[in-house]
Design a protein around this ligand. Sequence first.
Ligand code: ADE
Length: 422
Amino acid sequence: MTESKVARSSLRDPSLAPEGHLKLDWAGRHMPVLNEIRAEFEAGRPLAGRRLAMCLHLEAKTAYLATVFLAGGAEVVVCGSNPLSTQDDVCAALAERGVTVHAWHNATPEEYREHLNRVLDTRPDLILDDGADLVTALHTQRRDQLGEIIGGSEETTTGVLRLKAMADEGALAFPMFAVNDAYMKHLFDNRYGTGQSAWDGIMRTTNLTVAGKTAVVAGYGWCGKGLAMRARGLGARVVVTEVDPIAANEALMEGFEVMPMVRAAARADFIVTATGCEGVVRAEHYEVMKDGCVLANAGHFDVELSRPDLERAAGRPRRVRKNVDEYRFPDGRRVYLLAEGRLVNLAAGDGHPAEIMDLAFAVQALAQQHLVERAWKLPRTVLPVPREIDLRVAELRLRALGVSIDRLTPEQEAYLRSWRPE
Ligand code: ADE
């Protein structure tokens, strides 16, 4: 069976599988919550007879999640959600474990689209997306398949925004769980995951110090909060830029400086974007940057640091290190763009730590099970993940850590339910 999955897959190099198996085993050993769910899936096979299409960053933790769905009885077919985050050894190992894989590192835009289409050619009934690419392709080019889809789940902030825009227009044809919005996802993954993994990507790629330098963080959502907090921990002076006055106040109360990008860019040694919006750093900002400024993006799409503006001002870049492009302006200043402005933690690193992805992917696994159990009964819109799932993941995590907490006494429960004055 596994041999035919390898044959059916589109892989860069199947001989890389041994290295990939080691990575999957390492990730799996550090995902205790998902392992509990895996054991339940093996026993109950809740996804038997279902075909799940996944479009995710194909690194070890994601691959491990795909094997959990296999354990639950699903047929699983995957493609990457970003050409630079796909790891070829992981893909080769995953195909050997019984998942059909259509992805390779550094796929061209045409190859990327082809992989997505090959996944959808299998006519899935469940979708797991990271950035809403599968859902968008289904609603734009493959409308004949829409009626076959029970529903899906979306991993990331940007994807949820896209889905909500579709739902607002009444265009979403099946229910989609906003996994990103679950507490056990965004409070941990977006904050501690992005905070650690983006700086890890930046530091391993540049081999430069952060301490004593000025780090500008664009966007003070959950990802920006994590980036700013970790930059401070690394010894940087942190400046936050925002468009939302409430978030700007939050950043001020945390003790960060807040100012417009045009002033922040002139001071920056590092600029890291995490806004979900395009053109956050653009021509007027490149004009004022200091020589040596390092530019990295931690948002889903490569649109936050404008590359067209950079190339208009500085011409074609020179690759000076793996994942580092040097742009030289006519006045001699140089700036360094990491990972072509794509997600720096995944394109120039291994993504979030395994213990963090454990939580997000536990939510994913339970959301997919919920979809199957409620098949065809859920409304065709963007749905919050049920609170029981959040609580279940939180409890499993505490149990895995050996941490116990208090319970309300019956008197306390009655007190919290009462409202009449004594
Ligand atoms: N690993 C797998 N998916 C990821 C994501 N969306 N962000 C960071 N690391 C990941």
